[in-house]
Write a protein that binds this ligand. Sequence first.
Ligand SMILES: [Zn+2]
Ligand SMILES: [Zn+2]
Length: 730
Amino acid sequence: MSPEVFAEGDIVGVLTTEPLDRVLDYRAPEGGCAVGAFVIVPLGPRRVLGVVWGPGQGDFDRTKLRQVAAVLDAAPMLPGMHDFLTRVADYTLTPLPAMLRLATRAPGLGAPPATRRVYRRGDAVPDRMTDARARVLAVLDEFGGLSFTLGELAAQAGVGTGVIKGLVAQGAVSEQEAPRDLPFPPLDPDLLGKALTPDQAVAADALRAGVRGQAYGATLLKGVTGSGKTEVYLEAVAETLRIGRQALVLLPEIALTGEFLTRVEERFGARAAEWHSGVTQTERRRVWKMVGEGGAQLVVGARSALFLPFRDLGLIVVDEEHDTSYKQEDGVLYNARDMAVLRAHVEAAQVVLASATPSLETWVNAEAGKYARLNLGARFGPAVMPQMDAIDMRTEDLPSGTWISPTLRAAVAQRMDKGEQALLFLNRRGYAPVTICRACGHQIGCETCDARMVEHRFLKRLMCHQCGATKPMPETCPSCGVTGRLAAVGPGVERLAEEAAAAFPQARLAVLSSDLFGSARALKEAIAEIATGGADIIIGTQLVAKGHNFPLLTLVGVIDADLGLQGSDLRAAERTFALMRQVAGRAGRAEAPGTALLQTFQPEHPVIRAILAGDEDAFWRAEAAERKAAGVPPFGRMAGIVLSSPDVQAVFDLGAAMARKDGPLRRIGAQVWGPAPAPIARIRGRHRVRLLVKADKAAPLQAALAEWAAQFRLPANLRLSIDIDPQSFY
Ligand SMILES: [Zn+2]
Ligand SMILES: [Zn+2]
């Protein structure tokens, strides 16, 4: 057992956020320091953030050791967090400094003053009133008792800071020290929630009992949109607050947090802490610190909230747990759903995985009894899951360059006659996925990726969806130089909107696609507007599938139900199934029953048939059997290795060497496939080569991968990334 507290001069090991492969020794500062303390240490000429990880190694000349420069005014890292970071690092083969960076993503943690100077209205009246002074006092009066920083007040009043200082000297404005990071207002778990139906009450009771047990437990909370999943898990949150522990709710999409926070406020009487990339830097630091000090009872956030320093975490809810955005595809490659289960283990907490269409992994764990399972039945009120039908596109008569079949068109017209809304769903952003030259057949591609440029007519540009590069739409073909023969091929939502506008000239159209909105707020406003009847026809990408409520919507037309089935991805069927059901679930939420029509060229495809039949368990069983037979996740283990470099020869050479020297993998019975060009063989000018490793479920895969990769020296500019349990295969 390592000592918990170090006296001044003791040797301590400090893990820093710098990309070094080891914990560094320092001498404890004046006053000593404890294990877990966040510190600033000198490193070369710089000062960097770190955490006291344990006793030092002491294998370095003691007299040359430098001293910890400062202990930060922040709650120390608890043993549970230490354990969690270590285990995620081991699981994802991520160096610990990168884990620490993930766990300290709040700016200004090292900033020494824990208070800041704020300005309020003072009692005195200034001896001489000027326009500028009057504006300052007017701002303070207008905002009542609120206080401002000097900069904020000066900006708000449109004056220089000297004017404010002058008013302070006269006592007309008061200057005070206030704590920089304030606790969040307390939440009241006993405010009345929505009345629960009998099966919701049963589910809520089960979750509450789990929370009270203060031990690890995982539950799949399954229910279609509108079945009351949120009300039910908010009861688990309430119980967590009652017993004085903290709760975390993860959401897959920032655009959803606003609506959700409003519901939380209604339920608990105050706003919860919010954590995602759209939160201001100051607020991030406040959330980080308050979570650690216990000044935040509930955090609502994106996947990275999982790495906040909770003091006593009792409950994690992963809403829409099947959502692919829980997989971090950059930097530390982790799946927030799996890591939530791990964190719950470490913290002796409950984890609730909520979904209408759970991931196969979660479904299998529930079937095996590893997770408890709670099913929420029918929706509120009279509405039921929509009627689902296929439109067999082989028998529909469509003019070329159009995508709304006569059958679907008639169904939309019918809804409009009744004053109801229809949604046309196409999971493709932009105007057209391909731009082709009619003279020479050339397709316009991205200059740095092996990907075709997508026309975005709204932005008047071509865009690469891999790297984000854009260029203006050319007049002449870049290949043959002929002018005026470039043509759009295939539909994107913008083109579909054009077709809908021509077919229904009276209809008010709304297009919902992530690239058409500058901010989450603008998107939220558009959604609210549509929900109250601001549009007759909604044209949307998968953005609309994520839990937005459109009560007037009674028809969903899926333009291309086959789209997701084309990938070589092992999860293609699962994703299509989930997406189609979620989109269909948008229809008929209120009193009017809904219909979903799927345009497909292969109505006999097993996935399409399963979607239409609505027989989920049959689908999952068939899908599970297929994966089991193939020995792929969740029945076997996989790792994706991507090598990338501007030098195509270098990546293939290293890939071939890795495939040859596969001893460490063979010893655990794992197999290596590749090297092969990755499905997108070039992104941002870097050539990409992929290897796949497959192993038995019980095999010690991470250790073998680490030993395998350690055999090779990477040439400069070559990057190797290992993705355990890869979700996408691009
Ligand atoms: Zn051409
Ligand atoms: Zn590109």
